[in-house]
Write a protein that binds this ligand. Structure first.
Ligand code: FAD
Length: 186
């Protein structure tokens, strides 16, 4: 793999913190991890935007506009970037909660066993490695509750709250899990 690899473009400095103030996460090979950082921070350490934004004179705002301005088309495709840690996270939680929402009310043995396996495998393959490590640890300490849809939904809500807490966000009230992921609010 070269520095020109699309997942690992050239980067010059090994910054500790990004524009967002978050710690920059690197892969084991020392290159910035695309799925572990915000897009803005990834673009900073790969030299695609600058902290001072000299070309626009708008500083960090200019940098943000650089991200927003990246919407031209190439070969008819919008120049959308691969998901960053937040976009990947939102999509993944949507999938995980929706899977719990579709889980049987009274699952049989096979369905229970498959769901446990799925959660374990998911934690092994999640593309943000430092997120995956913590999710793996959570699963080791809190085995997925697969006895019913309600059980799984609440377990998922608690797993998500563990991450919310880690990121300094407020916890979601799990008594509203069904409104958010099954029934809607009306
Ligand atoms: C397994 C996993 C591990 C992650 N680990 C990290 C990490 O270590 N570091 C990191 O920076 N990011 C991590 N993320 C991403 C992070 O959790 C968020 O997805 C990301 O920060 C975007 O947050 P958000 O505020 O847009 O909403 P999200 O947290 O993505 O939530 C999406 C929506 O889910 C609903 N919701 C929120 N909390 C709950 C809950 N407890 N139960 C049910 N519904 C809820 C809300 O309606 C919310 O708008 C992880 C994601 C996953 C899937």
């Amino acid at each position: 793999m070269t520095n020109e690899d699309s997942n690992h473009p050239t980067f010059s400095s090994k910054s500790e913190k990004g524009i967002t103030g978050r710690k920059i996460i690197y892969d084991k090979d020392g290159k910035p991890c695309r799925a572990c950082n915000t897009l803005l921070d990834f673009q900073l350490v790969t030299g695609k935007v600058s902290d001072s934004g000299p070309s626009t004179g708008l500083g960090k705002l200019g940098s943000s506009l650089g991200v927003l301005g990246n919407q031209t088309k190439v070969n008819g495709y919008a120049k959308e970037d691969p998901p960053d840690v937040e976009q990947l996270g939102r999509s993944s939680w949507s999938l995980l909660h929706s899977i719990a929402a579709a889980y049987p009310v009274s699952p049989n043995d096979k369905q229970r066993s498959e769901m446990k396996q799925f959660m374990t495998l998911f934690s092994h393959v999640y593309p943000c490695w430092w997120c995956a490590k913590d999710f793996e640890d959570f699963i080791k300490k809190n085995s997925p509750k697969v006895g019913s849809r309600d059980e799984l939904g609440l377990w998922m809500c608690e797993a998500h709250n563990e991450v919310n807490e880690k990121l300094g966000k407020s916890k979601f009230d799990c008594s509203f899990w069904k409104n958010r992921w099954i029934d809607g609010w009306d």
